[in-house]
Design a binder for this molecule. Sequence first.
Ligand code: URA
Length: 434
Amino acid sequence: MIPQWIIEKKRDGQGLTGDEIREFVEGYTRGDIPDYQMAAFAMAVFFRGMSEDETAILTDAMMRSGDILDTSAIPLPKVDKHSTGGVGDKISLPLAPLLAACGVAVPMISGRGLGITGGTLDKLESIPGFNVRLPEEQFLAVLRDVGCAMSGQTARLAPADRKLYALRDVTATVPSVPLIVSSILSKKLAEGVDHLVLDVKCGRGAFMKTPESARELAGALVRTARAMGKSVRALVTDMNQPLGRAAGNALEIVESVEVLLGRGPADVELLTLTLGAELLQMAGVAASPAEAVDRLREAIRSGAAMAKFRAMVRAQGGDAEALDDFNRLPAASIQAPLAAPTTGWIGGVDAERVGRACVVLGAGRTRTEDRVDPAVGVSGLAKIGERVEKGRILAVVHANDEGRLAEAKRLLSGAFIFSDRPVEPPALIIERIA
Ligand code: URA
């Protein structure tokens, strides 16, 4: 195979054969095809696109570039959820133990935050001692013993994606539907799950800014996974305002625990239950949406879901007592309220600005090698539709540095839009693709 002939074919808008795609991915993974040829290939795909068949073959080749987790020894349906990322999106944290408490296994390989979108691994690491670098055998042992395990991508899981994603990041080839689809699905399907639900975020705080682009991505993800014989559904959900009332690593652990105790913010609870109900039905554990939601609610009410979360934290070396005593979690030295400049209804909370404020505070990273500050972020965020009196608190900023605090407050004060008449909160769930 001559790599430049394959690049040329795609550049000229011709379809590629399965063998050509596979050989290209295999050659790149081995190091025989250099970054500059893969970069040219990615740019050709960016401009010319790929058919559904080509996308499915690319995804399969990337998934097979490393190990596929063998979860067959666990005699339960294996399920997972993937989100395209947003501000305050902590759904994975309550969802995994909640599903485990309902009799399915959740092998969740998660990522770190980059830019304004937070990452599950950074949030989990704010629990003292929690290990997100489990070797495969230990990951499978936690999964078997607890029912859920959450860890980072190992070097052996979809290595083609690991290399290609870093390359796309620096060659302006990230926003291409076939490349995003193959990147997301190659990692998730290498986890060895039977059923997957995708939360495709849309809006100011998301990768996909418009409902149309989010629908296009969600549809392509579902069709590609189906073409590979996998059971997948997707929701398109709103990310114009942050999810919940907290953004920041330890602060989101607190909010996740609140959800598992049945007193979390309404939007986080709704999305957790909706995604969970999809998976319980797909796994055949519940026959209808109502039955699935009842089971999930009962797991919260009985304390079973919280018990699973404690057990997973303990099994992964974390301080499980921190889930009951939040004083054991990292706390910022400064907690500064942001006061409402006027009286009115909240008409908008710009998730992008809130996300940027969190990055400025140190909760997120601008380069993959940056370290995050687990304690900082915002809590008590006002939500669209709420009425606020002048001088009341719109948010509490948690900071460890006066200069960063000032910059974060400046960003946050521009995030809230006031209306002089009542505002209907936007629908959280925009579309379901099943
Ligand atoms: N997330 C991924 O894992 N890959 C992409 O290409 C985009 C988002």
